[in-house]
Each structure stands twice: as structure tokens, then as C-alpha cells.
Design a protein around this ligand. Sequence first.
Ligand SMILES: [Zn+2]
Length: 336
Amino acid sequence: MKPDALLYPTPKGLFCEVGQFYVDPVQPVDRALITHGHADHARSGHGHVLATRETLDIMRIRYGEDFCNSEQVAALGEKLVINGATVSFHPAGHVLGSAQIAVEAQGTRIVVSGDYKRRRDPTCLPFEPVACDVFITEATFGLPVFHHPDDRLEVAKVLTSLRQFPERAHLVGAYALGKAQRVIALLREAGHEAPIYIHGALVKLCDYYQSQGYDLGDLRPATLVGHDRQVFAGAIVIGPPSAFADKWARRFPDPVSIFASGWMLVRQRAKQRGVELPMIISDHCDWPELTRTILEIAPGQVWVTHGREEALVRWCELQGIAARPLHLVGYDDEGE
Ligand SMILES: [Zn+2]
């Protein structure tokens, strides 16, 4: 079967005609397969949702019990037949529960990687390469200039600042799903045992990670009720980036503004956000990881979903691998 008959882009998202399902649809559909819990991939209002147990749990936490009509757990590595297509889920290394989805029919296999990374992440399973005819990849950091440093160095920068400025609160902006928990786990690995204060928007997801066996240590609410302002002096406080724009951030003593994002390697972006201490930690592949992954999987074709498609498409062609951009709309990893 021709790959572009097995899976093709539509305004609602990638559609598998043989299986009559969409992968990460951006509008409500009857049958959706979801790669991971980030809001641009996992939306509410679908009829039937197939995803890993963790992704279903995360959707429930974010959208409530009625996030879809019916749900089904996809166990990693297990093959499921949907109409005429066979699908299986494999770890993507992006956030807890994240999976690549392999779609197969009549001898053709396409792997939709969703979002993924190759770095070690103490809060999720590592990416697993799956042989395929077509590998669908994102290209958020798909330019040769994008190299992310070792995240342990980035964590060490924060701990050094904490020692230098023990009177200042260290305010870390990090996305509520994945990034926040990874930053906390990395701080713990680096020996930071003190309580970490978290914004209310992170509580349920951090609790969920802890319930799944990911030890995040002593987490406390970053509310001032019943607290002396000075509690936060020399403490690490983590909140979603959106909280930094409002009054919430102004209640901490002389805060050091930190932002954990792959985009922090672009100095201009850090400056625009008023970030004093950029923490370059990404849940996406940088350029060397993207290209190494493609060489390792050695697919017949590469389709690029979102990000900087052109450079990656060109690079594939130079390697003798057919490639094209998919021009999918509705995915946004600007914030990653
Ligand atoms: Zn994502």
C-alpha cells in the first residue's frame, strides 16, 4: 500500500482511512489516537480515544471525567487492529505517557512520533526506535544551530545562583506537564533536598507523577496564605510561564526570573521574556538528536510535521532519504 494512502493530512489532523481514525486530531472526531497529553495534541470532545494509560489519566486530570465518550488503554508494544489497520504504541521519551504510534496496513508501516526527545529524562520512558517505511517527525528545533546543552549543567546554574543569592526567591517558569516535573526531578538528582514550592496549576500533575512512582520530593504550595514572605527567600518556586505575567510572580522577595525551555538558547527570546537566568532544557530533539534518530531508524521516507521543516527535509534529501513537509496546522511548540 502506498504510504500516502495509509495516512494523510486533513484539516482535522492526520487521517487513516483504512482504520477510520485520526492521530492527534485538532478538532473533535469519532475516533482519535493520542500520542501524549500536551494540549495541542490531546484535545477534549472526541468520541473514542485510544492512548496509553498515563495519557488518558492526564487528559482526565486536565479536562475532567467526560473528556471523551469512551476510552481504551493502549499497552506499549501491543498490536491492536482497528478496522483494516494494525496499530501499536511505543515510548517517545517526551513526557510521562508519551508514545509514538505505528500504523500498519498491507505491509506498509508508518510511525507517527508525535513529540519526542532522545535525552535521558528521569520522569518518562526513553524513546524506542521502531523500524518503518515512513517516519513522521516534528522539527521544532530543526536547524543545525540548535544544540541543547547537558541539562545537568543547566540545573547546576540554578543551584549556583541559589548559593550566591540566598535572600532571593528563584522563580522557575516551566510547562505544567512534563517540564516542571523533569526540572524538579533533575534538581533532586543534583542533591537539592529543600522543599520546592509549586504554583496551584502544577499540583494535580505533580501529584499524579508522584502516584506513578516518580519521586519529586517535598513539594509545597506556593501560596502566601499562612506563609511569611521570607519563606521563599532562597527557595525554588516553580510555576507555569503564564503565571509570570500576573500578580502571582510579584509576591516573592526580589525574585530571580528563570525559564526552563529549549528556546532559551536563543538569547533574544530570553530577553523578550525578561528572563534573568535562562535554563536550556527541552523536551524536544535538538538538531543532532533529530538527524541521529533518522539515521538510526533509516526509514524509506521522512515526513516532517511542524517546526522548521525545510532544513530537515533538505538534510534528508542530501542523505538520499525522500522527505517532505506535511504542513499540519494546529500544533504549537513555541512554548515547549
Ligand atoms: Zn508535546
